[in-house]
Design a protein around this ligand. Structure first.
Ligand SMILES: Nc1ncnc2c1ncn2[C@@H]1O[C@H](COP(=O)(O)OP(=O)(O)OP(=O)(O)O)[C@@H](O)[C@H]1O
Length: 292
C-alpha cells in the first residue's frame, strides 16, 4: 500500500494552516511530529476525508483518491483525538455499532470483535459501560474500532494524550505489532511515542513538512551537537535563556545540564550521544519559547 500526499494546502479564512505538504508512505509506522498549531490535525482531517483541502491531491497506490473514494474509505482506519461514547453503550455495543457503520456482515463482525478485543486486552471488560473505562482502555477500544474493517492504512491522531507511562508503552507496542503489514501515520508532539517504533519521522512546522527521514537519521544528524555541562544553579538561570536545554540533573551541589548546541557551549562541555528528543528540540528551537 502506497499513500502519496501531494502539495496539500489548507486555508481557514486568511490563516494558511497547510502550505503545500508533500510526502509518501508505505508499510510501517510514520511519526508526524510537530509542535502545537503545526497543522497535524488539519492534515489528518483531510487525509481521513472529514475536511476538504484548499489544494493538492492524495493518491492511493498511484490512483487519485477522488477516483477511488469507496476503496480508499474501505482501506482506512482512523482513531481521532477524542472519541465520544453513548452513555449506555458497553464496549461490545460500541464495537458492534461501529461494525454496522463500517458495513461489516454480522458474523464477520462478531469474529473480528472477538479477535481484536483479545489483542487489545479488553476481552474481560467488554460488557462494562465504556464511558467508565480508564483513559488507556478507551484508547485501546479506539484502536479496536479503527481496525474492525482490517484497514491497510491506520491514522492515529495524538493517540497517547493523557495516558500514563504503562498504558502509553502498551499502546505503542500494539501499534508496532499492527504496523507489520500496514501503513500507520501517528501524529503526536510526544517524541517517545515514535522514538522506537517509527521507521520514518515527518517533522511538520508552520504548515510545512520540514524534513522526512528515517527516525535514526534525525538522531544521527545532530551527533556532536549534544553536550553535558556541569554548572551551579545560578549559572543555569542565565544559561537557559540563551541555550536549548533538554535535561537538568542535580548532582551534589551542581547541575548536570544537557545542552543542544551546534557549537561547544563551554570549555568544560562533554559531547554525549543524541536522542530523538534532542533532534526535536534542535529542529523546533524557535517554537515553544526557546530562543537562541
Ligand atoms: N477551524 C479553524 N479555524 C481557524 N483556524 C484554525 C482552525 N483549525 C485550526 N486552525 C489553525 O490552523 C493551524 C493548525 O492547526 P492544527 O489544529 O491543524 O495544528 P496541530 O498541529 O494539530 O496542533 P495541536 O497539536 O495543538 O493539536 C493553527 O494555527 C490553528 O490555530
Amino acid at each position: 500500500m502506497k499513500l502519496t500526499i501531494k502539495n496539500i494546502s489548507k486555508n481557514y479564512g486568511k490563516k494558511q494552516a497547510l502550505k503545500g505538504v508533500s510526502f509518501e508512505m508505505e508499510n510501517g509506522v510514520y511519526g508526524l511530529l510537530g509542535p502545537n498549531g503545526a497543522g497535524k490535525s488539519t492534515l489528518i482531517r483531510i487525509l481521513v476525508g472529514v475536511m476538504g483541502a484548499s489544494g493538492g491531491e492524495v493518491f492511493m497506490n498511484g490512483i487519485n483518491r477522488k477516483s477511488c473514494d469507496r476503496e480508499y474509505r474501505r482501506a482506512l482506519g482512523y482513531l481521532p483525538q477524542s472519541l465520544d461514547f453513548y452513555p449506555e453503550f458497553s464496549g461490545l455495543d460500541y464495537l458492534r455499532f461501529v461494525a454496522v457503520l463500517k458495513g461489516l456482515k454480522e458474523d464477520d463482525a462478531e469474529k473480528k470483535i472477538k479477535t481484536l478485543v483479545e489483542r487489545v486486552g479488553l476481552a474481560n471488560d467488554l460488557h462494562r459501560k465504556c464511558i467508565n473505562y480508564s483513559g488507556g482502555m478507551k484508547r485501546r477500544l479506539g484502536i479496536a474500532q479503527a481496525l474492525l474493517n482490517d484497514p491497510e492504512i491506520l491514522i492515529l491522531d495524538e493517540p497517547t494524550a493523557g495516558l500514563d507511562p504503562h498504558e502509553r508503552i502498551r499502546f505503542r507496542n500494539l501499534v508496532s505489532i499492527f504496523s507489520r503489514d500496514r501503513t500507520v501515520l501517528l501524529s503526536t508532539h510526544i517524541v517517545s511515542d515514535i522514538d522506537s517504533i517509527a521507521k520514518k519521522t515527518i517533522m511538520i512546522k508552520g504548515g510545512k513538512v520540514g524534513r522526512m527521514e528515517s527516525t535514526q537519521s534525525f538522531v544521527d544528524a545532530i551527533a556532536g551537537k549534544v553536550w553535558n555541562v556541569k554548572m551551579t544553579v545560578d549559572e543555569l538561570v542565565s544559561y537557559q535563556d540563551s541555550h536549548i536545554i533538554s535535561n537538568v540533573l542535580p548532582i551534589g551541589d551542581r547541575m548536570e545540564v544537557r545542552v543542544v548546541s551546534d557549537e561547544k557551549p563551554s570549555l568544560n562541555a562533554i559531547s554525549v550521544p543524541p536522542t530523538l528528543e534532542d533532534a526535536y528540540l534542535h529542529e523546533f528551537q524557535f517554537e515553544g519559547g526557546i530562543s537562541k
